[in-house]
Structures are given as structure tokens and as C-alpha cells.
Ligand binder design. Structure first.
Ligand SMILES: Cc1cc2nc3c(=O)[nH]c(=O)nc-3n(C[C@H](O)[C@H](O)[C@H](O)COP(=O)(O)O)c2cc1C
Length: 350
């Protein structure tokens, strides 16, 4: 057990989750303490060196979008041994988000439930923060979200100069088959617009799927991403959960309970894509063994949020150490060896 798990977590978990989250954010605004506290977590493992979309990473373990929503915590977070950080999701205008409580914990399941409602400082303030970043030792990906094609493409273009890659966070409240068809049209329009203006790697965070129909829909989106030359899709299986713990009565369940389905999603999407686009796996990654399973399922990188809350600031260091041990136990020299050989269609002998 780490120092955080023994001392800090019990104390923080006595506070309402929203309040603990605000405290955490305050702490990560500082850089100096994390340069010291994160020193062990920054240990470098040669076997974990990898690449995503041509971007060199010291490890495939990243921090997922949502923790640093407005890019103002990079100073502290970038000292914790993550291979990269995804900041955002940033929207064109500032958003207050949903009423609190909007974040809850389910400690017995190592899970979180949230209905944050995309609170963030908006494009202008976030770009100010991004512009002032100096000496950040790891790649920064920026997630943008929006409610229509114009908003999303404006946000993507505005953050691109300050990002190593841009991730598009889709808001997909529609569920009926008819609306999904419309969504596909809209998605295609969005990709056309984004790819006509971009000069950096572009990723899409796919919606989760729960039925054969929604899986077909997501696969169609993957095909479009491939067709339009995007570099990666981010895949996870967060679920909807009705709960009185948060004000709006329903939120996204993340963390441990979503791991098995997330690995399956990664396996299916990576097999469908056959190496034509990279897959980023998220959802319940807590240990090196979890990360290893995601990579074996076809992920190029894994990213996490919930385990950061449960395992604390040393989580990336712990997962890297555990993943390195997993690779050694499997007699693999590098993370590349863990990934399945996915055959590109052009290399299939006819
Ligand atoms: C409190 C909270 C806020 C989040 N906010 C965002 C967000 O703004 N944009 C986004 O793309 N994903 C967001 N996510 C989803 C995470 O990026 C990640 O995909 C998800 O939590 C699954 O990983 P995990 O099981 O390791 O938490 C959020 C997740 C949580 C728990």
C-alpha cells in the first residue's frame, strides 16, 4: 500500500467527492512538490518506450481526459510519471457544469459515478493556460467537446498549436436508430471539416456500445475515422448508472466494474480496424496486469482516471513497474511485443 492509500485516501474519502476533487486540483496547480513526490513514479523503463501517432512516449500509460479540464494543472500532473496527459474536455464557451453533487465514489467496487456536465473555463482561458506551459516533459493531448460541427472544429483548430494531438470528445445523447443514422451523417461532416483544417494527429473518443446495433454504429464510426486518415480512436465501456448520490440522478460509471467490458471493446475495435488506426484503451485500468491485458487486446496506449483517485499520485509509477514485470514474466522485450499482429487489409495475400 502506498502512502496515499494508507494516509491520504482515508482522509480525502471522508470528504464529499466533489470537495476532495477540488482539493486535489488545488494541490496539482503547484509544480515543485510533485517534482519531488513524483520522482519515483518518473522512473524510466526502456521496455515501455513506445509511439502513438508518431509521438514518442516514455510509457503507454496516460492520464485520461477529465481531470485537468482547463489545462491549468499540467505543472503538477506532468511530474507524476504518466506517458502523456489528455487535458480537457474544453468547450468553446466556459461551462459551469451540472449542480453538485456531481461526482460520487463506490469504494467497495473501486468505481466512480459522475455527471459533471463538462465544466471547464472555455477556449479562451484554457488557451491562455496552454500558451504559458513551459518545460513540460511529456506530450500533452487536448480534448475538445462541443454540441455541433462548427463549435467542435473551431475548438480543435484553436487548441491545435498548443497540443501534441487533439482528441474529439463526442456528445452522443441520441439512442434511437433513426437519430443514430443522422449522427453518422453528422459525424462524417465533422470528420471532413476537421481533417480539412488539421496539421497534428487527430483522435476521436468513441461512445461506448451496449447492443449489437450500437456496436455496428461504433464500427461504422471507426471505418470513417480510418477513411479520413485519423490516427487513433479512444475506446472505453463506461456505463450509465441511476443513483441518488448525484444531483441529476444518473451518471457515467467508471473504474473497476467497467474493465472487462472495456478490454472486450478494445479487442473488438482493434480487430475490426486491423491495424489501420491506433486504439487507446480506457476503462478500469488499475494495475500493470490490467494495462498488459489491454495491450494484448490491441491497445497502443492505455489511459486512466478512476485509479488515480483510488491509488493516488504514484499510480502511473506503480502501473509502469507492474507492467514491466508482466513483460519480463512473459519474456517480452517491449510493449510492442504484447500487441497482437493485426493484419492490414493491403497485406492479405489474395
Ligand atoms: C469525473 C470524471 C470526469 C470526466 N470528464 C471527461 C471529459 O471531460 N472528457 C472526456 O473525454 N472524458 C471524461 N471522463 C472519462 C475519462 O476520460 C475516462 O475515459 C473514463 O473515466 C474511463 O476510465 P477510468 O475507468 O480509468 O476512469 C471523465 C471521467 C470522470 C470519472
Amino acid at each position: 500500500m502506498s502512502w496515499y492509500e494508507r494516509v491520504w485516501r482515508p482522509w480525502l474519502f471522508r470528504l464529499p467527492a466533489d470537495q476532495a476533487h477540488e482539493l486535489g486540483k488545488l494541490a496539482f496547480r503547484l509544480r515543485a512538490p510533485w517534482s519531488l513526490l513524483g520522482a519515483a513514479a518518473r522512473r524510466d523503463y526502456l521496455a515501455l518506450h513506445t509511439e502513438l501517432a508518431g509521438i514518442k512516449l516514455a510509457s503507454p500509460v496516460g492520464l485520461a481526459a477529465g481531470f485537468d479540464k482547463s489545462a491549468d494543472l499540467v505543472g503538477g500532473l506532468s511530474r507524476l510519471g504518466f506517458g502523456y496527459i489528455t487535458v480537457g474536455s474544453i468547450t468553446r464557451l466556459p461551462r459551469a457544469g451540472n449542480a453538485k453533487p456531481r461526482l460520487g465514489r463506490i469504494p467497495e467496487d473501486q468505481a466512480l459515478v459522475n455527471a459533471m456536465g463538462l465544466p471547464n473555463s472555455g477556449l479562451e482561458a484554457s488557451i491562455r493556460s496552454l500558451r504559458h506551459l513551459r518545460g513540460v516533459p511529456i506530450p500533452i493531448f487536448v480534448s475538445v467537446a462541443g454540441f455541433n460541427v462548427d463549435e467542435l472544429s473551431e475548438a480543435a483548430a484553436a487548441v491545435e498549436p498548443y497540443a501534441d494531438a487533439v482528441e474529439i470528445g463526442l456528445i452522443c445523447p441520441n439512442t434511437s436508430a433513426e437519430e443514430q443514422l443522422e449522427e453518422i451523417d453528422l459525424f462524417d461532416r465533422l470528420l471532413r471539416r476537421l481533417t480539412s483544417q488539421r496539421s497534428k494527429p487527430l483522435f476521436v473518443k468513441l461512445p461506448s456500445y451496449t447492443s449489437p446495433e450500437s456496436r455496428t454504429h461504433v464500427f461504422a464510426m471507426v471505418d470513417m475515422c480510418i477513411e479520413r486518415g485519423l490516427e487513433a480512436v479512444c475506446v472505453s465501456a463506461s456505463q450509465r448508472l441511476k443513483t441518488s448520490a448525484i444531483a441529476v440522478g444518473e451518471g457515467s460509471l467508471t473504474g473497476r466494474p467497467t474493465f472487462a467490458a472495456s478490454v472486450e471493446h478494445v479487442r473488438e475495435v482493434a480487430a475490426h480496424a486491423r491495424g489501420q488506426i491506433a486504439t487507446i484503451g480506457a476503462g478500469g485500468v488499475f494495475t500493470g496486469s490490467d494495462a498488459y491485458q489491454m495491450l494484448c487486446a490491441g491497445a497502443t496506449t492505455v489511459e486512466l482516471y478512476s485509479s488515480f483517485i483510488y491509488r493516488g499520485w504514484s499510480v502511473a509509477g506503480a502501473i509502469k513497474r507492474e507492467l514491466d514485470a508482466e513483460l519480463r514474466a512473459a519474456a517480452m522485450a517491449s510493449v510492442q511485443d504484447a500487441r497482437p499482429q493485426l493484419v492490414r487489409p493491403s497485406s492479405i495475400a489474395l
